[in-house]
Design a binder for this molecule. Structure first.
Ligand code: CA2
Length: 147
């Protein structure tokens, strides 16, 4: 049994309210419930933190060290420019899954760079409402590997 930290970045608290053609109609609470169900099906627990503030996300990632076995993170727009979040993630030793509901590589040019991609284990992107389930499946699979 391990604890997994799910981190949601800026504006993800608005999911389900606007831009359903890009982000679907599910709310963040519904995505988190799906993620928690997958974690628990694998015998793990899941905590979730959402913040619109870069420093709070850095604090959450730093605080995960020694407490959580894996991190799943959708950094929102911070994905594209937050070296502070990338540095914090690089200091976490366990599996790290970058998650996006949309496929940023198929969108505006400024979304095609992820500064966190080089410091995570892997990325799940473009699978819409399935993304949270797939990202948690990836984290659980990585946690099964001998450490
Ligand atoms: O596709 C993703 O999951 C993103 O991380 C979502 C971010 C975006 O900045 C990234 O490029 C890709 C946006 C967060 C959600 O923004 C909303 C804005 C209005 C209504 C609902 C959500």
């Amino acid at each position: 049994m391990a604890s997994i930290l799910l981190v949601s970045g800026p504006n993800l608290n608005l999911l389900g309210e606007r831009e359903p053609e890009i982000y679907g109609s599910d709310t963040l609470d519904e995505h988190v419930a799906e993620a928690r169900a997958v974690a628990e099906a694998h015998g793990h627990s899941l905590d979730h933190v959402q913040s619109n503030h870069e420093g709070e996300i850095v604090d959450a990632v730093q605080g995960a060290r020694g407490t959580y076995a894996a991190i799943v993170i959708n950094p929102g727009a911070f994905t594209h420019y937050s070296y502070a979040i990338a540095d914090a993630l690089s200091g976490f030793d366990g599996p790290k899954v970058e998650l996006h509901i949309s496929n940023p590589s198929a969108r505006e040019a400024w979304r095609r760079t992820s500064v966190v991609a080089p410091v995570v284990t892997g990325t799940v992107a473009g699978f819409g409402r399935h993304g949270y389930r797939l990202a948690l499946e990836a984290a659980a699979a990585l946690l099964k590997e001998p450490g």
